[in-house]
Design a protein around this ligand. Structure first.
Ligand code: KG4
Ligand code: ZN
Length: 341
């Protein structure tokens, strides 16, 4: 059985062909980073229009790489939640059209569950049940996952996502978009102890996050409160590196700390981490050290499966096996994952 999976939740247009044995036959990711770089963040309308341009070539290329013809497909899966509305609609419209034309089932994919499923795909191990952290440009959430399809939200950001904070702080420091890799690189020659920054919510027993205050704290190190924005000083390379390192250390402390708290509070012994920020080197190293110290199993996919891709849409196989197929009334659910208080 061969499935085509589509991913257009944010600013990557991606398609993959996967078998029911989870073999990846072909995968394509078209990044829009260059289009959004000048704005320092994803512009939803530009993202949606770029998906329209790219979705068919990307599908075509994925099929070609998989040496698969359209009429050999047995199902089409698409991420329909959560994400940017305009972006989600493009993937959903493409998936529905293919299902009608080919007379094959339509499968809905939850993008956050897919990020966690990437841990299973990458390791080949049964990672469930687990605590999962999804940390990206749009989300920072902790889940208790009983199975690949059963998620209970334990905590989430109450304002910015961690990746969004990386992107905004990079912009403050004059570093390019996407901010995460740029900050990681700049931080390599910086001193993480040079600037005192807060670790928001780290000492709270709850599992929610907050990053907008941290971003403001960085801003105030550059432009003190009350000083006009247009008086922004030109930062020298070492100061940029020191601010990048101090900011990154603060985010990593919070993320690693909350993962450990979630594991302790639930008594669970497996941690899966996914999403673009999981590509961060110091974050991965600190998680590995925590796993060795606390004795939990840790799964983090390789970088290409951390950032958005269609391979993780293989979770559609789990839905198909559970008999969960959709009809053509399937809608998008952009939603932002927030903890209900
Ligand atoms: O999962 P993803 O590709 O898309 C969303 O669903 O948002 O994540 C993109 C986010 C961006 O905010 C980017 O700055 C961040 O992941 N990111 C990183 C790194 N690589 C990507 N953040 C920190 N360190 C990195 N190395
Ligand atoms: Zn994502």
């Amino acid at each position: 059985m061969k499935i085509l999976t589509l991913e257009t939740t944010c600013d990557e247009t991606a398609a993959a062909v996967i078998t029911d044995r989870l073999d990846v036959l072909g995968s394509v990711v078209a990044s829009q980073d260059k289009l959004h770089q000048v704005f320092g963040g994803v512009v939803p309308e530009i993202a949606a229009r770029a998906h329209v341009e790219r979705i068919l070539p990307v599908i075509h290329q994925a099929l070609e790489r998989a040496n698969t013809k359209l009429d050999e497909l047995d199902a089409v899966a698409v991420a329909n939640t959560p994400g940017l509305a305009g972006s989600l609609l493009v993937g959903l419209a493409a998936a529905k059209s293919l299902c009608v034309a080919l007379d094959v089932p339509l499968v809905a994919v939850n993008h956050l569950q897919a990020h966690v499923y990437a841990c299973k795909l990458a390791s080949g191990e049964d990672v469930f049940p687990c605590i999962a952290m999804v940390v990206s440009g749009g989300h920072t959430c902790l889940f208790r996952c009983t199975t690949p399809l059963e998620f209970e939200l334990l905590g989430a950001t109450i304002d910015d996502a961690a990746g969004e904070a990386f992107d905004k702080v990079a912009s403050l420091l004059g570093l390019p978009y996407p901010g995460g890799p740029a900050i990681q690189q700049a931080a390599e020659s910086g001193d993480a102890k040079s600037f005192q920054l807060p670790r928001p919510k780290l000492r709270d027993a709850g599992l929610d996050f907050s990053f907008s205050g941290l971003k403001t704290a960085v801003r105030y190190k550059i432009i003190p409160p009350g000083v006009a924005e247009d008086a922004t000083p030109q930062l020298d390379t070492q100061t940029v590196a020191n601010l990048a390192a101090s900011f990154q250390a603060a985010v990593v402390d919070v993320l690693v700390g909350k993962c450990r708290q979630a594991l302790k509070q639930t008594g669970m012994s497996t941690l899966c981490v996914g999403g673009g920020v999981a590509a961060n080197g110091p974050f991965r190293q600190r998680l590995e050290a925590a796993a060795a110290e606390d004795g939990f199993r840790l799964f983090i996919p390789p970088l290409s499966l951390c950032t958005d891709n269609a391979v993780m849409g293989a979770i559609a196989i789990e839905r198909l096996n559970a008999g969960l197929v959709e009809d053509l009334s399937l809608d998008i659910a952009p939603g932002v994952v927030r903890k209900k208080s």
